[in-house]
Design a protein around this ligand. Structure first.
Ligand code: COA
Length: 211
């Protein structure tokens, strides 16, 4: 039986462990997402009300976390948006619908809170099924003016970005200090960093842009 609930402080370490298990060696050798989760909770952009865990028979097996973000237009006007990530499910519980449950539930919550849009960096194959589209379709570029393949937008309030030319600014919490992440990782059980072919796809998609 799968259930979802808001994350509490008592869940922090177990959630970090799940994130580490899910991301380890997937996109780069090792990973830093568990450290990102760790620092995110003390950051002013963190949105605890949207951070959920998934439980399988009472055991936490998945998590999603949200931060405040914004889009800025040429005149410096901005609109508040939100961003999720990391989202993760323990490898042995993946492909059972748990990640989708976490995403659908928090999309619903975000809509109820009156959020206008969710903007993420993520693989389209994971997110288009929830209604995410290329940021280019809404005129939303990254801060350097390009349209990354992985920059995806779910408009919750139709027409929010209509006619605008925007740049997406995510929370600075995502600029993880690699040395601090390395130190933090030593507080977990040792895991071997290694190459996996999934890292190639990530290297390609993270350097791909939409025309
Ligand atoms: C991405 C992630 C959170 C998805 O979680 P998940 O629980 O595996 O997601 P779901 O089970 O809801 O969906 C995954 C796939 O399983 C399929 N699926 C869902 N329930 C299923 C079932 N009962 N039987 C078979 N397949 C099923 C879904 O259709 C989906 O397939 P698709 O990608 O071909 O559409 C998880 O894979 C993960 O933690 N990955 C590592 C970390 C990561 O990459 N995070 C995202 C960074 S962008």
């Amino acid at each position: 039986m799968i259930s979802l609930r808001r994350e509490t402080e008592a869940d922090y370490r177990i959630v970090e462990t799940i994130i580490r298990e899910a991301f380890w060696n997937l996109y780069v050798p090792g990973c830093t997402e568990h450290y990102l989760a760790h620092v995110m909770r003390d950051h002013s952009d963190f949105i605890p009300e949207l951070s959920y865990v998934a439980l399988a028979d009472g055991r936490i097996v998945g998590s999603i976390m949200y931060t405040a973000s914004k889009v800025i237009d040429g005149r410096g006007e901005y609109l508040d948006t939100i961003t999720f990530g990391p989202v993760s499910v323990l490898p042995e519980f993946q492909r059972l619908g748990i990640g989708s449950m976490l995403i659908w539930k928090t999309i619903d919550e975000a809509r109820t809170r009156g959020e206008r849009a969710i903007i993420i960096y993520g693989h389209p194959k994971n997110y288009c099924k929830f209604g995410f589209k290329s940021s280019k379709d809404y005129g939303i570029a990254s801060m350097d003016g390009r349209f990354p393949y992985s920059l995806l937008v779910l408009e919750l309030e139709k027409g929010t970005f209509a006619g605008g030319r925007w740049r997406y600014q995510e929370s600075d919490v995502y600029n993880v200090d690699a040395d601090k992440a390395e130190e933090f990782d030593k507080t977990f059980e040792h895991k071997e960093k290694k190459y996996q072919y999934s890292q190639e796809e990530f290297r390609m998609s993270s350097r791909a842009f939409v025309e």
